[in-house]
Design a protein around this ligand. Structure first.
Ligand code: GRG
Length: 296
């Protein structure tokens, strides 16, 4: 399989769905909705929705309801990027190769665009007509997994630890917790939500959850690495910002080579979790490799 083509095809499906289902409203909301669209359609690899679709398909699930579920993940992710870039957080002016949301729409506009996307994610997930083929019990499970992973015990909590840790001498254990909450939780939830859609049994659910944990770690380790080794043009966001903000990172603990080894290990741990599955999991195997070798 050619993973790059797979990613392109799935990305198009996700983006067409987002175009189709994106909110519209009165003229009074024109700026607000435009601010939401600006970041949602600014590019992005769409890794989280693609992971969700890939797991659902690996379990034989192909109903259209997968799309609003996958999109809900991208809405939450995009909101987190908008808020992460705010002056009160990382204060960045470039994201996905474009000026950040607050540079374009002002701080209040960006906060509201993020709030709108956060809420819209749950709107999609609970939408009666978009998810009409999902049993109510499945829908509640999906909502719970997403809420828990995006909230204070997941991504928001990870961000809180991150902000409080700036300039501090933190331990590798704290860094691991920070990463697993800030980045890992939503990636793991993407995999788990695909598994819930695909009606995974408990053994399968556990294997996919562990796969999600390992690729989430690999993703963040590679992100740390790219922050040191890649250029701003390549990343579409500011390179070298971790050192500037005095953030603890994997390269700061293990050096560039040591960090590469940690990423390789996380990818092979992820692959080991898929041993019990057939070739319908090949996209997930290749996605794990892609996460290691990505260059942005
Ligand atoms: C503000 C609540 C809140 C949370 C912010 C996710 C996050 C927490 C901040 C993003 C900052 C960052 C660099 C995190 C590290 C890894 C990460 C999530 C990178 C961005 O994700 P990609 O590479 O981005 O999937 P694209 O643009 O491709 O979607």
């Amino acid at each position: 399989m050619i993973i790059k083509q797979y990613l392109r095809d799935k990305k198009k499906i996700v983006e067409d769905g987002m175009e189709q289902y994106m909110l519209s409203g009165s003229d009074l909301l024109k700026n607000h909705l435009e601010a939401m669209r600006y970041s949602l359609f600014a590019g992005g690899k769409r890794i989280r929705p693609i992971l969700c679709i890939a797991v659902a398909e690996a379990l034989g699930y192909s109903d259209d309801s997968v799309l609003p579920v996958a999109m809900s993940l991208e809405c939450i992710h995009t909101y987190s990027l908008i808020h992460d870039d705010l002056p009160a957080m990382d204060n960045d002016d470039l994201r996905r190769g474009k000026p950040t949301n607050h540079i374009k729409f002002g701080e209040a506009g960006a906060i509201l665009a993020g709030d709108g996307l956060l809420t819209f994610g749950f709107d999609l997930l609970s939408h009666p007509s978009l998810t009409k083929n999902l049993p109510a019990e499945t829908q509640v499970k999906l909502i719970q997994v997403l809420a828990r992973s995006a909230g204070s015990l997941g991504m928001v909590g990870g961000q809180a630890i991150d902000i409080e840790s700036e300039g501090q001498d933190i331990s590798i254990e704290t860094l691991r917790t920070l990463h697993s909450c800030k980045t890992g939780a939503l990636i793991k939830a993407s995999v788990q939500m695909g598994a819930i859609l695909g009606k995974a049994n408990s053994k399968q659910y556990q294997a996919f959850s562990q796969y999600g944990t390992h690729i989430g770690l690999a993703f963040q380790i590679v992100d740390d690495l790219l922050n040191v080794t890649a250029s701003t043009e390549q990343l579409g966001k500011k390179a070298g910002s971790d050192a500037e903000l005095d953030k603890a990172t994997y390269p700061a603990f293990f050096g560039v080579d040591g960090t590469r080894k940690k990423a390789t290990q996380a990818v092979s741990d992820a692959l080991a979790c898929l041993e019990q599955f057939d070739d319908r999991c090949d996209p997930l195997r290749e996605l794990a490799q892609y996460i290691y070798s990505r260059n942005k």
